[in-house]
Design a protein around this ligand. Structure first.
Ligand code: SF4
Length: 435
């Protein structure tokens, strides 16, 4: 095993897919580092000799990217630039049997919950005392906090339960300890993530305990922003919003994927909710938290989707005017219940419909941004690019939402909060000056 290319092993972790995968990579990094194995994340310098590719297996595009990344790393190995290439994550969990045969050059394949086995490859021990400790790959002022693994829902299009298993919540005490550790490392903002956030606690506490978790996290000194991602709409526990109203450091922000708005599609997708119930829920949420920023995610091109279904979806967006919208084109995934349906919406029509939906949202986003001109917002500084600072308000999550372009003669510090008066609005981003 002794490195052919380096005196001492150095591991580069490449993460594909979602923020939940990123947290897994950070946990692996923390464990390797604690075993005195040098580890880096997304290393461009190629001064490492071992690679772990943490793959995504969610939809076609993601699977393709994962395979290409693996093949790129194997090419480096073939050219003697690398000694070992290991693969873990969702694609490996889902297709390991086939992949082992098709790509035998990979040194070892691991599932999504096999961290101790990966460590064994490095003669490293899994250190339980490190629970909640990880090597952050995000800028140090924000981090993701994964509150549970897996999902018990049965959405027809979704392969995630196949790759991540059943829902397992992390205990409140462990999450508070993890949050305290993150804050001690300079984190001011955490994104709460899960496959399905509202299900939190139903397994280990036999009841929904997200509000209780929020109260505990909100009490962590130094935690300025707590943000909620991936809330499921059906039987949405309104107590979450009471907790949001109780604490200034819980962002008035809610990411709630709805996937569609036509009852025909919601039924076929097995979303356990109707358009009318979603309408009532949105009204109730906005009544309880009037300033809330609502983000949602949608799917275009699900089997059987008609032009009328997409028109209904566009009307629903115009009616409810979400603040942030993301859209996926349907991907026909084996072993999901939708796979038994005919994937009868052609790829170009899927793309057209996704485009149409985003054009509706683009107008709404611009109008909402124009309403912000003249107002002052608390903004966290994320980075400096091309002489300007870029940041976010409490209504913008990292990577997926809008940015605030900040002009300042004074030097600003990454990770600091500043007050910004908005002077200009664009389709998605806004611009302003520090006041
Ligand atoms: S709730 Fe989310 S992760 Fe769970 S099955 Fe539905 S889409 Fe998939």
């Amino acid at each position: 095993m002794k490195a052919r290319t380096l005196q001492k092993d150095k591991v580069n972790i490449i993460t594909l897919g979602c923020s939940k995968n990123l947290v897994d990579s950070e946990v692996l990094s923390g464990q390797l580092a604690a075993n005195e194995i040098e580890v880096v994340h997304e290393n461009k310098k190629l001064d490492h000799n071992i690679v772990v590719v943490n793959t995504c297996g969610f939809i076609d595009k993601a699977k393709e990217e994962s395979i290409n990344t693996i093949l790129d790393q194997l090419e480096l190995k073939r050219r003697g630039k690398l000694d070992k290439v290991y693969v873990t994550g969702c694609l490996s969990e889902r297709y390991r049997g086939d992949l082992e045969k098709e790509i035998p050059e990979v040194d070892a394949w691991f599932g999504t919950l096999e961290l101790p086995l990966i460590l064994k490859q490095f003669d490293a021990d899994y250190k339980t005392e490190l629970l909640g400790e990880r090597l952050l790959s995000t800028p140090k002022h924000y981090a993701y906090l994964k509150i549970s693994e897996g999902c018990n829902r049965t959405c027809a299009f979704c392969a995630i339960p196949l790759m991540r298993g059943q829902h397992i919540s992390k205990p409140i005490e462990a999450l508070v300890k993890e949050a305290e550790t993150l804050v001690s490392k300079g984190v001011k903002e955490i994104m709460l993530i899960a496959q399905e956030l509202t299900y939190y606690g139903l397994d280990i506490y036999k009841k929904r305990e997200l509000p209780k978790l929020l109260d505990a996290l909100a009490a962590v000194k130094g935690l300025e922003w707590i943000r909620l991602h991936y809330a499921y709409p059906s039987k949405f526990p309104m107590e979450i919003l009471d907790a949001m109203n109780r604490h200034d450091n819980i962002c008035k922000y809610l990411d709630m994927p709805l996937q569609h708005a036509s009852n025909n599609m919601l039924k076929a997708m097995r979303r356990n909710i109707t358009r009318e119930e979603m309408t009532d829920l949105i009204h109730a949420i906005r009544e309880k938290v009037p300033s809330i920023c609502l983000r949602t995610t949608l799917i275009a091109g699900f089997p059987g989707e008609t032009e009328d279904d997409i028109e209904e979806l566009k009307e629903f967006l115009k009616l409810h005017r979400f603040d942030r919208v993301g859209i996926f084109q349907y991907s026909h995934e084996e072993n999901t219940s939708a796979y038994d349906m005919e994937d009868n919406v052609p790829a170009d029509v899927k793309a057209e419909r996704a485009q149409e939906v985003m054009e509706v949202q683009q107008e709404i986003s611009l109008e909402k941004n124009m309403e912000k001109v003249g107002n002052i917002f608390k903004v966290i500084i994320d980075k400096k690019e091309a002489g300007r600072y870029l940041g976010r308000t409490e209504f913008d999550s990292v990577e997926v939402d809008n940015e605030v372009v900040i002009h300042s003669d004074k030097k600003l510090t990454i990770g600091d909060f500043v007050n910004v008066k908005i002077t200009k609005a664009y389709d998605y981003d806004i611009e302003g000056v520090v006041v």
